[in-house]
Design a protein around this ligand. Structure first.
Ligand code: UDP
Length: 236
C-alpha cells in the first residue's frame, strides 16, 4: 500500500544544473528519471513542476530595471526549456510523458486542461506542467501548489538537495536541526523557506500536505512512498 498515490513533484531549476550552478546537466536529469521510474513501478501517479531559476528568474532581472512582466514571461519560458529537457530524459528512460503548458505553444506542448491532465496520470503517463501558472508575479512553487490542488494530488513533494526543513540553513550552520513534522502555521511564523507564502497558503487552505526531501539520495523517493521516514512533512 503506497503512502501517497498521486504525487506532484516540484524540482527547482537549480536542481537540474548540477555542480555548474546554471544550465542543464543531463546526468542530473537521468538520475531524477531513474528515481521517478522506481516510483512509477510502485504504482504512483506522478506530475512534475520544474522551476526555471537555472536559466532565468524574473524577479532578479526586474531588480536590474527590466520590466517585471517581460522578465516573468522570460522566466516562464525558461521553465518550458527545462520541462523539454526533463521530458527527453524521462522518455529516454522508457517513461511515457506529456508536457502541458500554461502558455499556449501548440507545436511544443499541449495546453493545460485539467481533465486531460488527470486522464494522462490515470494512464500512467508522467505529466509535466510547464510555464508555471501562466501569470507574471507568481513562482513555480505556487504553480506546483495550484496544479496539485487542481489534480487532487495526495501530496506535493518538494525535492531539494538537503534532507528536509531545518530550523536554520544546514548548508551554513552544521548544528541546524531538521524537523520530521511541522505545521503550515509554524512554517509561516518561523519564516522557514519551504515554499513562498502564496504557495504555502494555498496548500494550507486546501489541506494539501507537503513533503520536503532530498532528491539527490538514491531511492529516497521510493522509500518515502513505501512509508519510510524520509524528509519533513508539512501539514495542518
Ligand atoms: N514565473 C512566473 N509565473 C509563474 C511561474 C514562474 O512569472 O507562475 C517566472 C518568474 O519570473 C520566475 C521564473 O519564472 O522567477 C522561474 O521560476 P522560479 O523562480 O519559481 O523557479 P525555481 O526557483 O523553482 O527554479
Amino acid at each position: 500500500m503506497l503512502k501517497y498515490r498521486r504525487i506532484l513533484l516540484k524540482l527547482s531549476g537549480e536542481s537540474l544544473a548540477g555542480a555548474e550552478g546554471y544550465g542543464i546537466d543531463v546526468k542530473m536529469l537521468d538520475r531524477y528519471a531513474e528515481e521517478i521510474k522506481r516510483a512509477l513501478e510502485l504504482g504512483a501517479e506522478i506530475a512534475l513542476v520544474i522551476g526555471g531559476g537555472n536559466i532565468f528568474r524574473g524577479v532578479s532581472a526586474a531588480a536590474e530595471n527590466m520590466d517585471r512582466v517581460q522578465a516573468d514571461h522570460m522566466g516562464m519560458l525558461a521553465t518550458v526549456i527545462n520541462a523539454l529537457a526533463f521530458q527527453d530524459a524521462l522518455e529516454r528512460n522508457g517513461i511515457y510523458t506529456r508536457l502541458m503548458s500554461a502558455i499556449k505553444m501548440e507545436q511544443v506542448a499541449e495546453p493545460f486542461i485539467r481533465r486531460r491532465a488527470i486522464r494522462h496520470l490515470e494512464k500512467g503517463r508522467v505529466v509535466i506542467f510547464g510555464a508555471g501558472t501562466g501569470n507574471p508575479y507568481f513562482t513555480t512553487d505556487t504553480a506546483a501548489s495550484l496544479r496539485a490542488v487542481e489534480i487532487e494530488a495526495d501530496v506535493i513533494i518538494k525535492g531539494t538537495r538537503v534532507d528536509g526543513v531545518y530550523d536554520s540553513d544546514p548548508e551554513k550552520n552544521p548544528a541546524a536541526e531538521m524537523f520530521s513534522n511541522i505545521s503550515y502555521l509554524d512554517v509561516l511564523r518561523q519564516n522557514l523557506r519551504v515554499m513562498d507564502l502564496t504557495a504555502i497558503t494555498l496548500c494550507r487552505e486546501n489541506q494539501l500536505p507537503i513533503v520536503v526531501m532530498n532528491m539527490n539520495r538514491d531511492h529516497n523517493f521510493a522509500r518515502l512512498l513505501n512509508g519510510e521516514p524520509v524528509g519533513t512533512l508539512v501539514h495542518s
